[in-house]
Design a protein. Sequence first.
Length: 68
Amino acid sequence: MMKWTLIPLALILTACDASPPPQPQTEAKPNPVFQTQIQEMEKARAVEGQVMDAAQAQRQQIDDATQR
């Protein structure tokens, strides 16, 4: 009796595929709602780079002046 229940159970379990179906590839597009914020963040990063460069130049000038 147990053999008759195990055979269908084994067939059912082997028929199941655990891997998910492949997902279609989509191109990541920025959400237009956040486009303004994204642009402002990019501008802020550019300004931060300029400020860091200016601070480095100022530190170099101070170092040069104190070593004379």
